[in-house]
Design a protein around this ligand. Structure first.
Ligand code: F6P
Length: 321
């Protein structure tokens, strides 16, 4: 293992730059030469590589987004696309790949390693925190804090104007971001795709809170909730409660911004671990943080399922409203 490449695929997440910095510097420390791949698997197929030296990754640890660019690449979902990707890497003299991303990136990395024998290490980076093989993904902590800050602001105006706010947070099919943000912001209800949403129950909960004279009410809704997004749910609920309401969709605001210290530290540890994993011949592993320790887990031990949120957290909610 002499020359490696690093890419970010799927949705970017805050902390990916800190991870690229750690890959480049951790790699150099171990005698590796590193190339950055622009725009994820798309750039890989196009052979869009650029050498990265220590000084190229100065002053990026604090930056959101991802300096290399990221993309979703339908061609890489096909075996033919991956065969082309492997050929491009070999032609460029690249011995191993570090891929940053979420569940989709993981599935691409797994297949590239299994079908083409390309050594690939996956570093989990997504605000959704739904990747198996790690307790936390890079970007999740920042996104939770961004969502909490937004809900705190909405709480101020909701309290002043005596309104219900239906707040939609990201997370694709996962409710983990909604759950953590909702708990931390003291939401009155949290709706996640992993649990069936009962509209009558929600109406009952809101009406009881209105009877108790709660001035502000916050319902945090994961975008993938089975009952629909925030607009759909508000539409089903509003004429059964005697309260003015507003809907806020936080959207991509949760994806950008300066990474938290926690995400920077996680990204740094995982980036360095990924370079070591390639050197150790673990070119079909994910590196993750499990119970506070950094571990490399073989792809074939991960199974096909996404990581689920801690429903034990959700069980706390009835005690808190
Ligand atoms: O996977 C990260 C994520 O931000 C999800 O939470 C969200 O559903 C999705 O990406 C949005 O994707 P895009 O940026 O392609 O619209």
């Amino acid at each position: 293992m002499k020359t490696i490449a690093v890419l970010a695929s799927g949705g970017d997440s805050p902390g990916m730059n800190a991870c690229i910095r750690a890959v480049v510097r951790g790699g150099a420390h171990r005698g590796l030469e590193t190339f950055g791949v622009r725009d994820g698997y798309l750039g890989l197929l196009a052979g869009d590589f650029t050498p990265l030296h220590r000084h190229d990754v100065s002053n990026i640890i604090q930056r959101g987004g991802v300096i290399l660019g990221a993309s979703r690449c339908p061609e890489f979902v096909t075996p033919e696309g991956r065969a082309k990707g492997a050929a491009v890497l070999r032609a460029a003299g690249i011995d191993g790949l570090i891929a940053l991303g979420g569940d989709g990136t993981l599935r691409g990395a797994e297949a590239l390693a299994a079908e083409q024998g390309v050594p690939v290490v996956l570093v989990p980076g997504t605000i959704d925190n739904d990747v198996p093989g790690t307790d936390f993904t890079i970007g999740f902590d920042t996104a939770v804090n961004t969502a909490v800050e937004a809900v705190d602001r909405l709480r101020d105006t909701a309290e002043a104007t005596e309104r219900v706010f239906f707040v939609e947070v990201m997370g694709r099919e996962s409710g983990t971001l909604a759950l953590h943000a909702g708990l931390a912001a003291g939401a009155d209800a949290i709706l996640v795709p992993e649990l069936r949403t009962d509209i009558d129950e929600l109406v009952g909960l809101l009406n009881r809170a209105i009877l108790r004279r709660s001035r502000s009410l916050i319902v945090v809704i994961a975008e993938g909730d089975c009952a629909g997004g925030a607009f759909t749910i508000a539409e089903q609920v509003h004429d059964q409660i005697k309260r003015d309401y507003r809907v806020t969709v936080l959207g991509h605001i949760q994806r950008g911004g300066t990474p938290t210290a926690r995400d920077r530290v996680l990204a740094t540890r995982l980036g360095i671990a990924a370079t070591q994993a390639l050197i150790d011949g673990k070119g079909n592993h994910i590196v993750g943080e499990i119970d506070g320790a950094i571990r490399a887990t073989p792809f074939d031990e991960l199974g096909a399922d996404k990581r689920l949120p801690s429903l034990a957290l959700l069980e706390l909610l009835p005690e808190l409203v």
